[in-house]
Design a protein around this ligand. Structure first.
Ligand SMILES: Nc1ncnc2c1ncn2[C@@H]1O[C@H](COP(=O)(O)OP(=O)(O)OP(=O)(O)O)[C@@H](O)[C@H]1O
Ligand SMILES: [Mg+2]
Length: 357
């Protein structure tokens, strides 16, 4: 069973990255750093500095995929979870590992297999002979970043154990509830559902992922660059953390304060509502999808050094945030009209508000 080590008792979850603690690293987001304009916490400039450092660190490993890296960071700052879906060998695991390694926080990796049990994810209560009491042994979900590799190889029961943790951000074992870490982000990878030996995630479970991205093949130039940089050793080994969990918590606070105008909110609702009435779809996007869309747009705008959301942010995020939640009708499936095409069509067709201020 390929689960990361777990045997530590709760509250002593290790920092899985194995990197030195970053307490001495100067951070523009720490209380000692210059305060923001309002004097009530870190500001957008601080966010941009730290976020760009994380982005550069990931891009030093993943060649030629700036949009994918930006989306992954968006999901981290939107307190969401990320599903990376693509064919084998395009860097899915590498992206998840690079993100996890650039932030100095607890990281656990779970390789999903058909024999993995729900308690292998959440943890179990075991009897301690010395103390003569039951003790909770936390599972790998007790980490800031949980990399769930090939999630569609696990049985539906185990998948749902992880997905419940994702939604509730807590684990209940034997009637006791344990809160999960903050930040808490699950990055799952999976091969496309047509592949053999997999259990496709049901739609209710896909809905828990803020965004689904696919890597896509690198351009020939990026692939050549990869051959040069990945030739002898993996650049992942040279990657050192550029931020820590406290930094990410501070970034998340900045993102929460981002302004979303009534017009942009209405635009997000119009898009989501249109998926519910579209003739090519038998399942439209949920209210959770609307929340995720607006939350992700706040983070996406912040990464662009803006303190307000533009309709363009919603448009850029519509496919990665909405498409994986939608189910096409049988006719649309036969005619290969995929949910991402429907979302793109809606983005092109619906009236767009003039600004986001
Ligand atoms: N865009 C890219 N930039 C840098 N390296 C890449 C890129 N795409 C693929 N690679 C390299 O290809 C190798 C395979 O990547 P990885 O293991 O992440 O693939 P995967 O998508 O997780 O595959 P699988 O579905 O089989 O698990 C790694 O050594 C990785 O560095
Ligand atoms: Mg992989």
């Amino acid at each position: 069973m390929a689960v990361g080590t777990h045997g530590e008792s709760y509250m002593r979850a290790p920092t899985g990255s194995g990197e030195p603690a970053s307490a001495d690293r100067p951070s523009p987001l720490r209380p000692s750093a210059p305060a923001d304009r309002d004097g009530d916490g870190p500001d957008l400039d601080g966010l941009a500095q730290v976020a760009h450092k994380i982005r550069d660190a990931i891009e030093s490993v993943i060649e030629g995929k700036p949009d994918v890296v930006r989306l992954a960071l968006t999901v981290l700052l939107a307190e969401g979870h990320l599903l990376i879906e693509d064919v084998p060998g395009v860097g899915k695991t590498m992206l998840a590992k690079a993100l996890a390694r650039s932030v100095d926080c607890s990281v656990r990796r779970v390789q999903f297999t058909p024999d993995l049990l729900p308690s292998d994810i959440t943890g179990v209560s075991a009897y301690n002979q010395e103390l003569r009491e039951f003790e909770f042994k936390p599972g790998p979900v007790f980490a800031n970043i949980v990399v769930g590799d090939e999630i569609n190889r696990a049985s539906p029961k185990t998948q749902s154990a992880l997905l419940e943790c994702m939604e509730e951000r807590q684990v209940t074992v034997d009637g006791v509830t344990y809160p999960l870490e903050r930040p808490f982000m699950v990055i799952s990878t999976q091969n496309p559902v047509e592949m053999e030996g997999t259990y496709p995630l049901p739609e209710a479970q896909r809905d828990r992922f803020t965004a689904r991205i696919s890597m896509g093949y690198p351009s020939p130039a990026a692939e050549l660059e990869m051959l040069d940089t990945h030739g002898q050793s993996s650049p992942l080994d040279r990657l050192t953390p550029v931020a820590d969990a406290a930094d990410v918590r501070a970034l998340i606070e900045v993102v929460r304060r981002q302004h979303v105008s009534p017009a942009v909110r209405q635009y997000a609702i119009d898009l989501v509502t249109a998926t519910r009435n579209h003739p090519d779809l038998r399942l439209g996007a949920s209210p959770r999808a609307t929340l995720h869309l607006v939350r992700a747009a706040r983070a996406y705008a912040a990464l662009d050094d803006r303190d307000y959301v533009l309709p363009d942010d919603i448009q850029d995020l519509a496919v990665p945030v909405l498409a994986h939640r939608l189910l096409p009708t049988a006719e649309a499936q036969v005619e290969r009209r995929r949910p991402e095409h429907v979302v793109t069509e809606l983005v092109n067709r619906l009236p767009v508000p003039s600004s986001g201020k």
